[in-house]
Ligand binder design. Structure first.
Ligand code: HEC
Ligand code: HEC
Length: 450
């Protein structure tokens, strides 16, 4: 009997430590990403519970069910993994003093949903990260103004500005700087979040292809809270190598509605003639050319391209982030000059509307017919069946005759995508304009199969 207990005890111990030998790096990465927090928890649990008091209107008590109302307000999605009732992006953790509080994580931006189904690695295209931080701070009783705009339009964020601002608080060795380095911060980049399942095809990453896709340290920029000391980065590097392995294991969801296979095969022929040289080919012998297309050729909004300065790039390259593999004849994964924007792989493209690096175009039909793109529009900022357009493939939207009423609350104004505003231009990428309507329909049908 005693022996049996010893065996059980030993088995439990192995379970608890996750016996390294039979756990793959991707599985370790999955656990680290979904079970741990890489930022100290700073949001009091009460701030979450009381956030509704910031929502204005006639509310006298918390709307029910509260978790649902909270997700709707900020554009968050149910976690498809155990998360104690919190949405993706928010998790329980510990403050620097060891007390319980909430922290944000990668899935705030990289956890999305489509047709009512949540996915880790699908970009969150409904998030209002400005309202999220402002109102949680106010609910915690803090008078805090975000040091720059966290987002200008719902569903996009100023992730690049976060890096520029936060790295500016550090020395190259990541100790805190005495004075903030000003790299010319631009907070109208209006960035859409790339799907993580594309990373495995890429040699360079981020919208401009400005970073080596092998870089683990580059992903750690998202840990740059001033509360994380320099040592934490070195300590967590191996964990982030596992997280990267997990990202490489992700696959896109399949298009869930019927596909006209004959039309799709016709579309593939058109696709190969007009699109494959930049976006690659698919199927067993598929090849991804990793093309970065010069601005003059692509012609999409250039704010994201210009908005992250060379000065920042030079500082980044002197910093710990770019010193991943130092030594002779070894590529250091430095930030590199880019001529424009990277043509992304189109796997799972049906699920990742709105399109382009700034999310300025609501459907594939509009990507392929630049003259019809809506100039000012809004959408439900929900992701259910009724919000999805399977014909044009993307989000249903409502075109508006003018921009938002300046007297409307900011959270409402951010629901309007006005392509005349900085960072939000919807021009360029006119490669579909030369197609006939029938060819365009066929290409869209083909894109559903990817
Ligand atoms: C505030 C929102 C936000 C958070 C939080 C965030 N990301 Fe991102 N991430 C983005 C945006 C936006 C981009 C595209 C940036 C660009 O190129 O302009 C991006 C790009 C990436 C890419 C490159 C994808 C590609 O194909 O080019 C990876 C990988 C990535 N993030 C990983 C992470 C990890 C890991 C975390 C957590 C440690 C994280 N991100 C946290 C918004 C976010
Ligand atoms: C000369 C190269 C080039 C050609 C040809 C080209 N594209 Fe693109 N495409 C790009 C680049 C670069 C982007 C990214 C632009 C941006 O985000 O600003 C892009 C973006 C897209 C997007 C949006 C991706 C996303 O995730 O937001 C889709 C969809 C797309 N292209 C489909 C097509 C189709 C279909 C064709 C053929 C009719 C085509 N492209 C032809 C370079 C090209």
């Amino acid at each position: 009997m005693r022996g049996a207990w010893l065996i059980v005890g030993f088995a439990l111990m192995l379970g608890a430590t996750g016996w390294a030998a039979d756990v793959s790096p991707a599985e370790r990465g999955r656990r680290a990403l979904l079970e741990r927090s890489f930022l100290p928890a700073t949001i009091p649990v009460q701030a979450y519970q009381n956030a509704w008091k910031q929502w204005g209107g006639e509310l006298r008590e918390a709307p029910q069910p509260y978790a649902e109302a909270f997700m709707q307000r900020y554009g968050l999605h149910p976690a498809p993994y155990p998360n104690n009732g919190y949405p993706m992006g928010l998790r329980e953790g510990r403050t620097l003093f060891g007390t319980r509080a909430l922290a944000t994580d990668c899935m705030l931006c990289h956890g999305g949903s489509i047709l009512g189904q949540s996915y880790v690695g699908l970009g969150n295209v409904t998030l209002d990260i400005q309202a999220f931080y402002e109102e949680l701070a106010a609910a915690a009783g803090l008078k805090w103004k975000t040091p720059f705009r966290f987002c200008n339009v719902r569903g996009t964020s100023e992730a690049g500005a976060f890096s520029v601002y936060l790295l500016g608080l550090r020395e190259p060795d990541l100790t805190l700087a005495k004075k903030r380095n000003d790299f010319g911060l631009c907070d109208t980049l209006c960035e859409d979040v790339p799907a993580w399942w594309l990373l495995k095809k890429k040699r360079t990453m981020y919208h401009t292809g400005g970073a080596d896709a092998r870089s683990v340290r580059s992903l750690m920029q998202f840990m740059l809270s001033p509360l994380n000391p320099a040592e934490t980065f070195a300590k967590e590097e191996a964990t982030f190598a596992d997280i990267r392995a997990f990202l490489l294991s992700l696959e896109p969801p399949k298009y869930p509605f019927p596909i006209d296979q004959t039309l799709a095969r016709q579309g593939e022929v058109v696709y190969r003639q007009h699109c494959a040289r930049c976006h690659g080919t698919y199927g067993p012998d598929g090849e991804y050319p990793n093309k970065i297309v010069p601005l003059e050729v692509i012609g999409t909004d250039r704010t994201r391209y210009d908005g992250i300065s060379h000065e920042f790039g030079r500082f980044y390259n002197r910093s710990w982030f770019a010193k991943e593999k130092p030594g002779w004849f070894v590529d250091d994964y430095a930030a590199r000059w880019s001529p424009g924007y990277q043509a992304p792989p189109l796997d799972g493209i049906w699920a990742t509307a709105p399109y382009f690096h700034n999310g300025s175009v609501p459907t594939l039909e509009h990507v392929l017919n630049s003259k019809t793109r809506p100039k000012i529009f809004t959408r439900s900022y929900r992701t259910g069946r009724e919000d999805y357009d399977p014909v044009r493939v993307g989000w249903r939207y409502q075109e508006l005759p003018h921009g938002p009423d300046p007297s409307a609350p900011a959270i409402e104004r951010r629901k309007v995508y006005d392509t005349t505003q900085p960072g939000r231009g919807n021009g360029g990428h006119t490669f579909g304009d030369e197609l006939s309507d029938a060819e365009r329909r066929a290409v869209i049908e083909y894109l559903k199969t990817l």
